[in-house]
Design a protein. Sequence first.
Length: 184
Amino acid sequence: MALPKPVGILACYDIRGQQVLEACGQAGIRVPDEAAEILSQLMVRKGKSMSQKSNYLIESLGVACRQSTDLVEIDDPKISEALRFIRNHADEGITVADVLKAVPMSSTLLERRFKESLGTTPYRQILKIRLSKVKTLQITTKLSISEIADRCGFDYMEYICVAFKRETGQTPSDFRKASSASVS
């Protein structure tokens, strides 16, 4: 079934929203790029027709970073596909070998093109996404670090602690304490 554009879709669960995003990707629809452009145009039109401005102050409960807040335009379709695979599967314990299965090319070529496009390696990108999820779960849940390690694709709790400290300068428990103190 084809929907007219512009169209907005609200999903009641993150997983359902992810499925919609994947379907859009398969259909060649660039989300959020096309959606943001359309939304911007609609807001400008609505703003001109409104006779009175209203300001509403709504206190924030926090900011939830989603994939759409961390998008980079990549001209290389293979690297774009690899990045999409990494974003969708990083927390499943994937390795660079899994990326190469999803996006067939030599490991040397993947690494070189990844560095040219993103300034990092596929391995570092996988780690970055996993650690981002670790931070989110540390802030938003009371899960143990062992449970978080399991949900974020780390095989061993010890490795998550080492990787987290190396990347952030803090242990996961210190990060959780500091984050809960800043929210309070």
